[in-house]
Design a protein around this ligand. Structure first.
Ligand SMILES: [Mg+2]
Length: 230
């Protein structure tokens, strides 16, 4: 038995390449709505989206405001007219759940960890989008449980989110639970507040981090085996 019995995995940017899904889903939706989108626009959308998620983490806006508001801001900036932001947001959420790309060999890693630890997904996002993506990718079936913010009514890093998950995982000793995620402001901050160990997934070249002090840092998912001492 290693140091930890339980892993809480972030999904987007950790097990699955979110930027890839975002790019493909945006292209599909713009095509569906009869418009063109450039790579530059996609990069800009990504910044706008990040800003909205930060505001949600700070409790400044609701999830519904995030889903539609990011497209209202984006369309306004590029003077895109005649597309209903709410309809576009719905199409986008659906498209997002249909494309995935593994980071490192995440599915194989989670599969081989099954015999060693319990694993749960902890993700901020829409229930149908995240569930579809997890099922399509095969990750759903290797998990012992899946926790999605929309279902819980609270998001990482809020205490409500972590309380909900920690009440439902088998392991009751928080010292034996490790969260692995790419976001300092949601995964690492939230995990630290909840009193569990934290591992920052920080692919080479990722900047920042002085504000938060994760217990571990990894640059590739395979390094998780060293931390688990297996
Ligand atoms: Mg993430």
């Amino acid at each position: 038995m290693g140091r930890f019995s339980t892993l809480l995995w972030d999904v987007d940017g950790t097990l699955l390449d979110f930027l890839y899904s975002q790019r493909i889903a945006l292209r599909r939706c713009f095509a569906q709505f009869g418009r063109d989108v450039t790579d530059e626009m996609i990069r800009r959308y990504s910044q706008i989206n990040d800003r909205y998620w930060k505001r949600l983490e700070l409790g400044e806006i609701t999830r519904q405001e995030l889903f539609t508001g990011r497209f209202l801001t984006f369309f306004e900036e590029y003077d895109v007219r005649g597309i209903d932001a709410e309809a576009f947001s719905g199409a986008y959420q659906e498209a997002l759940g249909q494309v995935y790309c593994y980071i490192d060999n995440s599915l194989e890693i989670c599969r081989s960890l099954r015999a060693e630890v319990r694993q749960y997904v902890v993700t901020n996002g829409a229930v149908s989008t995240q569930t579809n993506k997890l099922k399509l990718s095969g990750l759903y079936d290797v998990m012992d449980g899946v926790f999605i913010s929309d279902e819980i009514g609270a998001s990482k890093p809020q205490r409500g989110f972590f309380d909900y998950c920690l009440e439902r995982v088998e392991e009751k000793d928080r010292g034996k639970i490790l969260i692995v995620g790419d976001s300092l402001t949601s995964d690492i901050k939230g995990g630290a507040q909840a009193g569990i160990a934290t591992c920052w997934f920080r692919p080479l070249g990722t900047a920042g981090g002085a504000e938060y002090a994760p217990d571990y840092e990894i640059e590739s998912l395979g390094q998780i085996f060293d931390i688990l001492e297996i």
